[in-house]
Design a protein around this ligand. Structure first.
Ligand code: ACM
Length: 640
């Protein structure tokens, strides 16, 4: 009697706990139905795939490799259908008649005590089903070494899943800081776990030209190398002529082919970006004749010294970092560049940049003046538009479609075939879609992954903040536009302040989870309260994988306001609920025995030296120590 009661109690407690507590998937699938029991991957598991494409075999082999280190199992991949019926086998089926619900990238995954069954229309769907299966296995599956004594159980489920958008990207800037081919591959490995399918590779900028162009060897002999500096990028002491230019690097064409193939095996397209006519100092350092402004000797690849003046509503360049729109040599140069780029990248689009082109040197260039007269161009926007149209012709002549940042709309008359990447908010994308252009949404306001993730008291400094919750609110399709023109979106990782892979991971995750979900999951399935625990379950997996993530959701924003001419009040704005916030003004380290913030503004004591803040959850420290000194407090309150 007692026993029966216990079993019933345990079962109902289990059920009552949200059915299947361990189903924590990012991005949230379209539909998950929980079943009874567990699928268990074991040493006699195998993957059977039907006879078919090498892509399908490859997808299965990648899965087998993904789980091999942690489990120690060498899971065989067998083509030609199911030959053995061991418990724990994975059976892959490709629909003979396509399943209209799931499209090219969707899948159905069924896990039972007996087997895992994956059905899809295309190998891409199978690949994504494997990624979901991995997320359903214990966290230790991410281990970098053999994880002993683990039962590789995944809860019985039926998953129906397919993406909302076909363009699910992350942009990786390898110019500001160089990242090796191996690091780029690791970036791709991380992306695909969250079902991203596009790597936007920002290959050129003022700080380095990273792609070998065989017909223009100086681009990488000269343009790939700068002086190594460290600290806060942007205002470094300008390098002297005798400092070694040995920081940087580039990808040979063989490297590029290898990365493109690596990406393709994982169903990732690679979009190359050659950022012109601004952001071109590395190219000009290699070939100074591409500039409108004479002075070959002064052009050097930027090492992080100041080269632009930014002010509200505009910017000017301190050194001419633009290609000259009035110089035919520039178009010959670009023809060579895009010929080779087009051959290297199978993706139908090439990105021409087009952003933040300073015009102050064009304004004083006699060549540009002549061009304006000849082409009847009224202003600098029209000069830029002339340049963009010439580039569009070149790119199109290579059999590719052109895409560029939203400045390519300026000056009007953008060829209809050009696609627009909206980064200065959503408005460029809205304007472009209304003009009939294809659009990819990458607004600073939601998806700029280089921005700080919480208060500057704890984050490495960047000029703006973008919290996870805001990124999670990213909605790529604005009201009033033809949704069919919105191809999808991207998170953008600029790397001025990103010196290495550890920090790269910190900047991408967890916001990369939020972008992935915005691009994959049905709009109505997105829910912040339900997202946060799933993020935390990914944190646990990252810890096992020894990957870095930003724990910034645990650190509140610190809001300081003026009470009167000398007095200040402090408030804290936590991003998630259930945090206990403790603080001190007496230089000592706060813990859970210190004053706790209760939502009422805290008066800053008149002689306070520092504000120190820490968060706890359920009696355990969870946040990092945040410190603001008295001068910071005053500055924030606007007290002189
Ligand atoms: C950009 O962030 N300059 C596209």
């Amino acid at each position: 009697m007692k026993k029966i009661f216990l079993v019933v109690f345990v079962l109902s407690a289990f059920r009552g706990f949200g059915q299947q507590p361990s189903v924590q998937i990012i991005p949230q699938p379209v539909e998950v139905k929980s079943g009874e029991g567990f699928f268990v991957l074991n040493e006699s598991s195998s993957v059977s795939v039907p006879d078919g494409s090498p892509a399908l075999l490859k997808a299965a082999e990648i899965f087998a490799a993904q789980v091999k280190t942690a489990t120690g199992y060498s899971i065989p991949v067998r083509s030609g259908g199911v030959s053995t019926r061991n418990v724990g086998n994975i059976i892959v089926e490709i629909n003979k008649t396509p399943d209209a619900v799931i499209g090219d990238e969707g899948y159905r995954l069924k896990l039972t005590n007996a087997a895992a069954t994956i059905t899809a229309n295309k190998p891409a769907g199978v690949f994504y089903a494997f990624q979901t299966l991995i997320q359903l296995l214990p966290n230790e599956i991410e281990s970098k070494t053999l994880a002993k004594d683990i039962s590789w159980k995944a809860p019985a489920v039926e998953v129906l899943d397919y993406p909302r958008f076909g363009w699910r990207g992350l942009m990786f800037d390898v110019s500001r800081h160089f990242f090796t081919k191996a690091e780029v591959k690791e970036f791709i490995d991380d992306m695909v776990k969250y079902k991203y399918n596009l790597l936007h590779w920002h290959l050129t900028d003022d700080e380095g030209w990273r792609i070998e162009i065989k017909s223009l060897p100086k681009l990488t002999e000269v343009g790939a190398w700068s002086v190594k500096r460290t600290g806060t990028f942007g205002n470094f002491i300008p390098p002297t002529d005798n400092e070694p230019r040995n920081y940087g690097g580039f990808y040979t064409q063989d490297d590029i082919k290898e990365v493109v193939q690596y990406a393709a095996d994982r169903f990732v397209n690679v979009l190359p970006e050659v950022d012109i006519p601004g952001h071109s100092l590395a190219a000009i350092a290699a070939y100074p004749e591409l500039s409108c402004t004479p002075g070959a000797e002064k052009y050097k690849v930027r090492s992080g010294e100041k080269i632009m003046n930014w002010y509200s509503g505009g910017f000017t360049a301190l050194i001419d970092n633009t290609l000259c729109p009035a110089n035919e040599k520039v178009y010959t140069f670009l023809d060579k560049v895009f010929t080779e780029v087009a051959q290297l990248f199978p993706f139908p689009y090439i990105h021409m940049g087009g952003d933040e082109c300073a015009k102050n040197f064009w304004e004083i260039s006699p060549q540009v003046k002549q061009l304006m007269q000849k082409e009847k161009l009224k202003d600098m926007h029209e000069v830029q538009s002339y340049f963009v149209k010439r580039v569009s012709k070149i790119v199109t002549s290579k059999g590719k479609k052109m895409i560029g940042w939203d400045e390519i709309l300026e000056g009007g008359d953008l060829p209809k075939t050009a696609a627009v990447m909206s980064w200065r908010g959503m408005k460029g994308g809205i304007e472009a879609a209304k003009l009939g252009h294809e659009v990819v949404m990458t607004p600073t306001t939601f998806v700029y992954l280089d921005y700080m993730q919480t208060d500057g008291a704890i984050e490495p400094p960047v000029y703006s903040t973008l919290r996870l919750k805001t990124t999670y609110a990213f909605e790529p399709v604005p009201e009033g536009v033809d949704a069919r023109l919105i191809k999808g979106g991207q998170g953008n990782l600029w790397t001025e302040q990103v010196y290495n892979t550890r920090h790269l991971q910190y900047m991408i995750w967890p916001r990369g989870f939020a972008v992935a979900e915005a691009l994959w999951s049905p709009k109505e399935k997105r829910n912040w309260e339900n997202f946060v625990p799933r993020v935390e379950s990914q944190f646990a997996r990252f810890s096992v994988a020894q990957k870095k993530y930003a724990p910034s959701i645990y650190d509140p924003l610190i809001k300081v306001k003026k009470a009167d001419s000398t007095k200040m009040l402090v408030d804290f704005d936590p991003e998630i609920s259930n945090l206990d916030i403790y603080y001190t003004f007496d230089n000592s380290f706060p813990d859970q025995f210190y004053p706790k913030y209760d939502g009422t503004s805290i008066p800053v004591p008149i002689d306070a030296a520092t504000l120190k803040v820490i968060t706890y959850r359920n009696g355990k420290q969870i946040g990092r120590l945040m410190v603001l000194n008295a001068a910071d407090l005053k500055r924030r309150a606007g007290i002189k």
